[in-house]
Design a protein around this ligand. Sequence first.
Ligand code: 6LW
Length: 495
Amino acid sequence: MGKFTNPVLPGCHPDPSVCRVGEDYYLACSSFEYFPGVPIFHSRDLVHWTQIGNALDRPSQLRLPLDSPSSAGVYAPTLRHHDGRFWLITTNVSGGGNFLVTATDPAGPWSEPVPLPDLPGIDPDLAWDADGTCWCTVAGVAQVRIDPDTGQVLGTPQRIWSGAPGAKAPEAPHLHHIGDHWYLLIAEGGTERGHAVSIARAPTPSGPFKPCPTNPVLTHRGTDEPVQNTGHADLVQGPDGSWWMVLLGVRPRGGTPGWHVLGRETFLAPVTWEDGWPVVGPLVLEGSVPWPLEPGPVVPVRDDFDQAALHPSWISLRDRREEHCTTGQRPGWLTLHARGESLDALDAVFVGRRQQHLSCRARTLVDARGGTGGLAVRLDEEHHYEIEVGDGQVRVIARVGSLKSEVASRAVPAGPVVLGVDVCERKTFRDARTGPDTVFFGIEESDGTFTALAGLEGRYLSTEVAGGFTGRVIGLYAATGTVHFDWFDYTPLDS
Ligand code: 6LW
C-alpha cells in the first residue's frame, strides 16, 4: 500500500494520456505555445513521474509561428503503444493541424511528423482493432479509419456519440477495448467548472455506442471539492491489474470565484467496475494505491547550466534558437540574446519551468552588463510580473491586460546580482475577494538576506483573469542585448 499526493503531476500538465508497456507507464501532456512540445513522462507506479523527454524537440517537428497566440499551439495528445512502437497523435492549432509521430524509445528520438491534412478537429485518439485497423476519434465526437503510416484518412468522419444532450464541448475521446466492449471515454461540459468525464460502450470500435446510465462518471461541478474542473481523462491498469484514471483538474484558491494559478494539473483516481461500467473516485488530495511505491524522482533544485543541453523540463516561447538561447557562449552559464523588446512581445526570448507548487521560491544569478533581463512569472504575454536588471537598476514590472507599470526599483552596483521571487499562498482569508497568493520580487543582498522590493496580487496571473488553457511558468528572459545566467534554483515552500 502506497500513499500518494495528488496532483501526481503538479503544474501546467493538462490533457494527460497514458499507456502501459509491461511494468512501465508513459504519459504525455499538452504544451501549447511552448517549445519543445509534448512532455513525456515515465513511471513504474503511476504516482511518481519522471520527465524523460519531449516528443517534439526539433524545429522540423514543431513550428510555432512567432505571431501565434498563447494557449494556441499544441493541444491534447494521445499516447499509445502498438506493434512494438510508441504512437503519439496531436494537433498544432497554430498551423499544420493533426499529425502523429512514432518512436521505439519514448525518451526519443521521435520521428518526423506524419501529417493528417484530411483529419479535421482536435483531440485525436488512436486505437487499433484485432484486424489491425486504426481508428482515429476526434472531439465532437467523430471517428474515421486512418493509415497511421501515411496519414491518409480512409473515408468520411462519422459522428459516433456526443455525450449528454445539450452538454457543451464533447471532446477528449479515448477509445479502449476492455473485455467484450469498446469503451469511448470523453470529457464534456467544457474545461471550466462544468467539466465532466462520461463514457459509452459498443460491441465494435465504431459503435453503436450506448451511454453509461450513471454518466457523468466523474465531475466536481457544483461541489466544494478542493479540486475542480475535473475532466479530460484516460484509463490505465495499475501494476496489480486494478484500473485507474488520469485526468486534469485545477486547484482554485482564495475567495469568490476562486483563482487557479498553476494551470490544469494531472490527477490520479481509482476506478472499479459495476455491471461493466466504470465507477470513478474518490479523487482526493491524499490517496493510496494498493502497491508499493517506487522511490520518487530526484528533482534537482538548482540548475547550474553546466550541461550543453537544457533539462527537458525547460520550455521556451514558440522556438529555441541557438542564437537566442545557448549554454555555449560562456561555459557554465545560460546566455539569452533578446529578440522581442520585452515579455509583452510574442517573440520574447524566455525560457522557464512550470510553477508546480502553490508556494515556491526561485532565485537566479544574473549578469546583465550587456543588456537588460531577469526573472519572470508568466501566464501569457499580457499577464506577467518580472524583476529585471540593467543599466545599474533593478526594476519590478507588472503587466496585467493593457496596463503596465514599474512598481519598484533600486540602484545596484554593476556586476552579477541574485534576483528572486517568492510565491506565497494566502494563509489568511480577509473576505470573499481574497486572492489566491502574493508574488514577492526582490534581490539577495551580499550577506545572503533577501530584500523584497514589491509584493503583487497573484490573482492577475491566474487563468480566471487571463483566460486560456495554461498556467504559470517561472523563468529567465532577455529584454535587450545579451544577458547571462549562472544558475537558477526553484524550491517548493510549505503552503
Ligand atoms: C483540449 C480539450 C481540453 O484540446 O482543453 O480540457 C483543450 N480539455 O480537450 C486544450 O487543452
